[in-house]
Design a protein around this ligand. Structure first.
Ligand SMILES: [Zn+2]
Length: 250
């Protein structure tokens, strides 16, 4: 593959900054709080945070994870999201260069935000899923017009498919198993990987969810029939992997 160009180094450079913003979005979007471009105050002492407190990763390391003003532990949440965002960019550059890598990373960061919110809060906000559908179709229209039909079909099939599974589950079990947020996220997956990629997304997500449930049980966490394990993070992972590597061969 071609060596890294300027646009690729820029992608690596902005990734932790995007991660900071993703952290703010994870924190505030589910509560409909406004998004600034950064955290504004220390959560403990409410000191106003300035530029030197907010350099992604570096501030946290330099201050050894503590607030510069009150010494309270800052927790691992922000550095973890910033690191994950950097990981997304590096994975994208493992597959593509230039514009394609930026598109891979954009999709990855968006999915990371959704997955993290669903994991924490068991919700997939419309304000993130619906624009992701539009963005998938727009990138197809702009850069891959021959895929547009498959991706339109994917968005529709994704929504209806998961809606149908959720309906069946409700009929059979008498309770909600999947939310409409999952259906909208699956629609977004279809808008990116196309109808032809959706079976692989679902298969990958289901396998990953089963593996996670198995690992949690092995670790001694009791999962009864009613335990709510969010499906969004697994759908998100499946969608990004199929986007990067293509559908499973079968
Ligand atoms: Zn503080």
């Amino acid at each position: 593959m071609a060596p890294l160009g300027l646009a690729d180094w820029e992608l690596v450079g902005v990734a932790p900054l995007v991660g900071s913003f993703v952290g703010v979005a994870i924190d505030r979007l589910p509560d409909r709080r406004p998004l600034g471009f950064s955290r504004s105050r220390c959560g403990h002492c409410a000191a106003v945070l300035g530029a030197r407190d907010l350099v992604p990763l570096a501030s946290w390391l330099a201050q050894r994870g503590r607030c510069r003003h009150c010494g309270a532990r800052l927790g691992w949440f922000y550095p973890a999201v910033e690191l994950a965002a950097l990981g997304v960019a590096l994975a994208a550059l493992g597959i593509d260069r230039g514009r394609d890598a930026w598109i891979d990373a954009l999709f990855g960061w968006w999915l990371l935000t959704l997955a993290w919110i669903d994991w924490r809060r068991l919700v997939l906000p419309d304000v993130l899923t619906l624009p992701l559908v539009a963005l998938g179709l727009a990138t197809a229209a702009a850069f891959a017009p021959d895929e547009l039909g498959d991706r339109l079909a994917g968005a529709a099939a994704g929504y209806l498919g998961l809606w149908g599974i959720a309906w069946l589950y409700r009929r059979l079990r008498g309770r909600e198993g999947l939310g409409m947020g999952d259906a909208k996220l699956f629609a977004a997956a279809g808008a990116w990987v196309g109808a032809s990629g959706l079976p692989s997304v679902l298969a990958g997500a289901a396998l990953a969810a089963l593996a996670a449930a198995g690992a949690m049980m092995l670790a001694g966490r009791r999962l009864d029939r009613y335990a709510a394990l969010p499906f969004g993070p697994f759908l998100a992972a499946g969608a990004w992997l199929v986007w990067l590597f293509g559908p499973l061969a079968y």
